[in-house]
Design a protein around this ligand. Structure first.
Ligand SMILES: CC(C)(COP(=O)(O)OP(=O)(O)OC[C@H]1O[C@@H](n2cnc3c(N)ncnc32)[C@H](O)[C@@H]1OP(=O)(O)O)[C@@H](O)C(=O)NCCC(=O)NCCS
Length: 409
């Protein structure tokens, strides 16, 4: 048995695909053969584990930026993690993930994220759940009572000329949250041909606008697919519903609700659950909905890098902290966070002694830094120990944004 963990070679592609198709139940129809000149796809780093040359595990790392605390951070998004059925439970996962994490860190990625099939698979590797992508199904009956927007806000269909403004609306929303992809990189970039026109992914993109002509202002958008049929069993599927004002949200929901005679449901890709609720849902007078959440996990790769990139409240404070986690030894260390005027500096502290400062596990730090849980709750979950003196300041620094993510990978 000769185990090798390395980046996937082109010759490994058929075996890697078979492994992935088997694990994720992908259609047995073979996908078209990849073109060696255009493989791997941009912004994806595939990895395999081989045993005597046979592919026994694989994963792909997507490279993108995602918003945390007002900064677009380089992110390694893990996907397609698979171990061959007969080799599961034999310890292949950790060295494979650790090799890909080490490469990501070397390339400058600051955080890593993933959608787990089971959260327990990744906890021991330092990841923790910080939010969820959700497909929420809203019955048309719940949209019937959405109040009309103010008279100066109306809906109209987007054209290619609107795409730059649509991107700006997305960025205005995304940069105010923790977690959303910036959509500056392929395949997540909002390319005009993907959004509007004959080959678009959607039936239409509806805009909520105020004013007209040169003074028209874009306040929100919804990209939707009509689906087939015209009875109440049908669903209008919405990939994005982003509104910068309540009137924009009302205008968009009402357009979707206008399909009520020919569809029974609107299914919206959203995030945040009920505690970090997508504010565009606040205009719905009826909470009737069913949700299928897909948890999103986060792990830091560079503790000083992630914390120092943030724009935080302009408080002046010095907070000692440490990370101790045998499952994520690369993150372990002790530092002092110094903040003033909204900027953060993180200075290594060689004089630290065990127990002298708040000490996070990797997962506890991920939850706290992302604003997903208060220090009090992270303590309850076992992700934080040590003195509580600085908990209120820590919460004030990191607790001000909700976790959202709108791209599944
Ligand atoms: C998930 C998978 C990659 C794990 O590989 P594996 O070799 O079986 O993993 P290991 O036995 O080394 O276990 C690694 C960790 O995951 C945990 N784990 C494994 N399977 C799990 C499951 N189904 N649910 C929760 N935790 C699980 C183990 O307890 C272990 O935790 P620890 O590190 O805290 O001790 C493999 O089972 C697989 O390919 N499954 C089908 C595809 C899949 O679900 N992929 C994940 C997509 S996100």
């Amino acid at each position: 048995m000769t185990l090798e963990i390395r980046r996937t070679a082109f010759a490994d592609v058929p075996a890697s695909r078979r492994l992935g198709a088997e694990a994720f139940g992908v259609s047995p129809q073979p996908a078209p053969d990849p073109d060696p000149d255009n493989w791997p796809s941009p912004n994806i780093r595939p990895w395999v584990a081989t045993d005597d040359g046979e592919v026994v595990a694989g994963l792909g790392v997507r490279s993108f930026t995602s918003w945390f605390h007002g900064a677009p951070l380089a992110t390694a998004g893990f996907a397609g993690v698979t171990v061959a059925a007969e080799r599961r439970g034999s310890g292949l996962l950790r060295p494979l993930v650790e090799a890909a994490l080490a490469e990501a860190r070397g390339l400058g990625d600051v955080v890593s994220t993933l959608y787990p099939s089971s959260a327990g698979i990744y906890r021991g590797l330092g990841y923790e759940v910080v939010g969820a992508f959700e497909e929420v199904r809203v019955p048309m009956s719940a949209l019937a009572a959405v109040r009309p927007p103010a008279p100066d806000v109306r809906a109209r269909r987007a054209t290619a000329a609107d795409v730059p403004a649509v991107r700006r609306v997305y960025e205005t929303w995304a940069s105010a949250q923790n977690g959303p992809l910036s959509r500056r990189e392929e395949p997540f970039a909002m390319e005009p041909d993907d959004i509007v026109g004959p080959d678009a992914d959607y039936t239409g993109v509806t805009l909520a606008v105020r004013g007209a002509g040169d003074t028209e202002e874009l306040l929100g958008f919804a990209s939707w697919s009509r689906g087939q049929g015209y009875d109440r069993t049908n669903t209008v599927e919405v990939d994005d519903l982003v509104a910068l004002t309540p009137d924009a949200a009302r205008a968009l929901w009402r357009v979707l609700g206008s399909f009520s005679p020919v569809a029974g449901w609107v299914q919206v890709c959203t995030s945040g659950g009920w505690s970090g609720l997508d504010v565009s849902r606040l205009v719905l007078p009826d909470h009737a909905a069913t949700a299928a959440p897909r948890p999103y996990m986060l792990r830091l790769l560079d503790v000083p890098g992630a914390l120092a990139a943030a724009r935080v409240a302009p408080v002046t404070a010095r907070v000692p902290f440490a990370v101790a986690d045998p499952g994520a030894p690369d993150l372990e260390g002790a530092w002092t966070l110094e903040t003033a005027g909204g900027a953060v500096h993180v200075v290594p502290d060689d004089a630290a002694t065990p127990g002298d400062r708040p000490t996070f596990t990797s997962g506890g730090l991920a939850q706290s830094w992302a604003g997903a849980q208060s220090t009090a709750n992270v303590r309850l979950a076992g992700g934080l120990s040590g003195p509580t003196t600085h908990d209120a300041v820590w919460d004030a620094l990191w607790g001000g944004r909700q976790v959202h993510v709108r791209d599944y990978f």
